[in-house]
Design a protein. Structure first.
Length: 330
């Protein structure tokens, strides 16, 4: 499959195109403080649930400037995200729920989580929100040293946590949990599964976490075999997606099955089956098939496969099916 047929970049991906993380300057405290006090500085505020503030129309992030940060949140430490549009960008994490709620009025804003905001925001802002949420989650969850149990203190502009025990001093780094997600094909059909708690008709590509000492390709073969009993041969990298919900990196693959035999093994899935492009199109039209949300890399894997295999545009199919079901009959 030619990567040029990919409908669009994965949501939250491509941040390097607009952001310089300036990792080499994170420990220059005076310089970071100078950037934070600059009129050009922008601050993204997250509450204890990882939600952020949007403009009332919901179409853009509600950034704070340095003056608003000082007047509203002067006692909250900021972590440097990097430079975008030649402006320093920071994240502020506010765990006080009442205080977070009270800020909606002076900011003339409303809060939203990453899932809800991810597809409404411009791509650069969605990526910045995901980055900030992932960093803030790690900071919130990493308060004590894993070696000795002593409290940690954030250093390097929030990108490291150092043990305060002088006899230990261990540095802790932000954690990302790698997970594979894969579209498996066999003779013109793709393998999709569903979990019991999902909406009726929803089917998705198979996924799972990478285990210690495991190559990504081996994780693909193991996860598919564990969940569906299908034996996978060829495995090819497709794309990846940061997924800070709460702390994952989804690594997407396309793979070939050696046979179509399905045997559900680990009770992870309620059902798994093979779908041809025609079955997906018909299922969308009659409402019996529901793909993963557009936010996910699973949707993009399926969209890529449908485009390559049958010349079908998944976005168009979904929109047409929705219009047909919601248009009143005459």
């Amino acid at each position: 499959m030619d990567s040029k047929t990919l409908p669009r970049p994965n949501t939250f991906a491509g941040l390097s195109l607009i952001l310089d993380r300036v990792a080499e300057r994170r420990e220059e405290l005076a310089w970071v403080a100078e950037q934070g006090a600059s009129p050009e500085a922008r601050y993204l505020l997250l509450d204890g649930l990882g939600e952020t503030y949007l403009r009332k129309d919901g179409e853009a992030l509600r950034w704070l400037d340095a003056a608003e940060r000082a007047s509203l949140l002067g006692d909250i430490d900021a972590s440097l995200l990097g430079f975008a549009d030649d402006r320093p960008h920071f994240v502020l994490a506010l765990d006080d729920a009442e205080r977070a709620a009270a800020l909606e009025i002076p900011l003339d804003a409303r809060r939203a989580n990453l899932r809800d905001a991810g597809l409404r925001l411009p791509a650069d802002e969605a990526g910045l929100f995901a980055y900030a949420k992932g960093l803030a989650h790690w900071q919130r969850e990493t308060r004590f040293c894993a070696r000795c149990g002593a409290p940690l203190v954030l250093v390097a502009s929030g990108h490291r946590a150092q043990c305060t025990n002088a006899d230990c001093g261990r540095l802790h780094f932000p954690r990302t949990d790698a997970a594979i997600i894969v579209l498996v094909e066999h003779e013109g059909a793709c393998l999709l599964g569903r979990q019991a708690g999902w909406p009726p008709g929803r089917y998705s590509t198979l996924a799972g976490f990478v285990e210690p000492g495991e190559a990504l390709e081996d994780a693909v073969r193991r996860e598919v075999a564990e969940e569906s009993g299908v034996v996978v041969g060829e495995v090819h990298y497709h794309s990846s997606q940061p997924w800070p919900l709460p702390a994952s990196l989804m690594v997407g693959f396309m793979a070939k099955a050696l046979s179509p035999a399905i045997r559900l093994r680990d009770d992870e899935l309620e059902d798994a089956r093979w779908f041809t492009p025609r079955q997906i199109m018909d299922g969308l039209n009659d409402g019996s098939f529901l793909p993963s949300p557009r936010l996910s890399v699973s949707y993009h894997l399926l969209a890529h496969w449908l485009q390559w295999r049958a010349g079908l545009d998944l976005d168009t199919l979904v929109e047409q099916a929705h219009a047909a079901r919601t248009t009143p009959a005459r």
